[in-house]
Design a protein around this ligand. Structure first.
Ligand SMILES: Nc1ncnc2c1ncn2[C@@H]1O[C@H](COP(=O)(O)OP(=O)(O)OP(=O)(O)O)[C@@H](O)[C@H]1O
Ligand SMILES: [Mg+2]
Length: 282
């Protein structure tokens, strides 16, 4: 039996132990390689482990995080910056235990904010400190917008497929990140693999080139098989991890999750740290 004082001490210790919010970006060199599906299903996997997760759609083009989840947002960050909505009203619940922030037009404005708007944005994001993890789906390519999100994050996951152009572009984005910050941990996921050996070949190639030419250690998080459930999931607007947690693609997500949480775990440094770095590069 522990007495009340010990119990209180334990609670305080646990509260203090709560790590700061971890910000993970999901990016790619080439478009259409599976970022959005990966980001959303990884988030659901984390939620199943009891984590509070928010997926932020920072894709300037098609805002499709909400589409694959089948939710229709009325507002996005643009409305927050314009002082039309408080952030808590634009964070959307989903039926799958994760929350999302819709992107679209809001993000294209972030680079040109007035001081007042910048302050609103910063203060608003600080409100998300309750989340354990924020996963940012950045969209493809190496625009400043994508890079500033990556450079603010605690860790970044680069997705590629075994396609030659996707591999080349994955190396391209790794090189661009490295040119701006040599210390950010870069991790790799190979999506749409036909076999483990194919995935391994692709991962080894990127890891070896990055080490040879940039002297950086890119870490492989695993492989996600090409699986028809992904296309089906997109069609019915329900994440594949929910449709079938035992599907090949879902098993790939589980594997990545266990790598992220058990091997070279990167601790979150919180939203203020993210913002400081984000603003420096934006
Ligand atoms: N593991 C997989 N197996 C089979 N098909 C997949 C897989 N992952 C993704 N796809 C297919 O690729 C399409 C694109 O996926 P997704 O929208 O997640 O890519 P993206 O990288 O976010 O694209 P964009 O750059 O346009 O934002 C999906 O609609 C799906 O049909
Ligand atoms: Mg996408």
């Amino acid at each position: 039996m522990i007495n009340q004082e010990q119990q209180l001490k334990q609670i305080v210790e646990n509260v203090n132990k709560k790590q700061k919010t971890k910000i993970i970006t999901v990016s790619s060199g080439k478009g259409g390689v599976g970022k959005t599906n990966f980001a959303v299903n990884l988030a659901i996997g984390y939620a199943k482990l009891g984590k509070k997760v928010i997926v932020m759609d920072a894709d300037l083009g098609l805002a499709n995080v909400n589409v694959i989840l089948g939710v229709i947002p009325k507002y996005n960050l643009y409305h927050v910056i314009k002082n039309k909505k408080p952030l808590k009203e634009i964070v959307l619940d989903t039926p799958y235990g994760i929350k999302i922030i819709a992107g679209a037009s809001g993000f294209s404005q972030l680079a040109n904010l007035t001081d007042d708007q910048r302050e609103i944005f910063i203060n608003s994001l600080s409100e998300l400190e309750y989340a354990d993890i924020i996963i940012i789906d950045t969209g493809a390519g190496v625009s400043n917008n994508v890079l500033s999100f990556i450079l603010g994050a605690d860790e970044t996951i680069i997705i590629t497929t075994p396609e030659t152009t996707a591999i080349t572009d994955a190396y391209g984005i790794i090189k661009s990140i490295y040119a701006l910050d040599k210390d950010i941990p870069i991790k790799l996921v190979i999506n749409k693999c036909e076999s483990i050996s194919e995935g391994k070949r692709v991962a080894d190639r990127i890891i070896n080139i990055s080490f040879q030419f940039l002297s950086i250690k890119v870490e492989n998080l695993g492989f996600i098989m090409s699986d028809e459930i992904v296309e089906k999931a997109v069609k019915v607007q329900k994440p594949f991890y929910i449709l079938n947690p035992k599907s090949k693609a879902s098993i790939g997500i589980d594997h990545v999750l266990s790598q992220l949480e058990h091997i070279n775990v990167v601790e979150g440094k919180g939203i203020n740290n993210f913002l400081k770095k984000y603003l420096k590069y934006s």
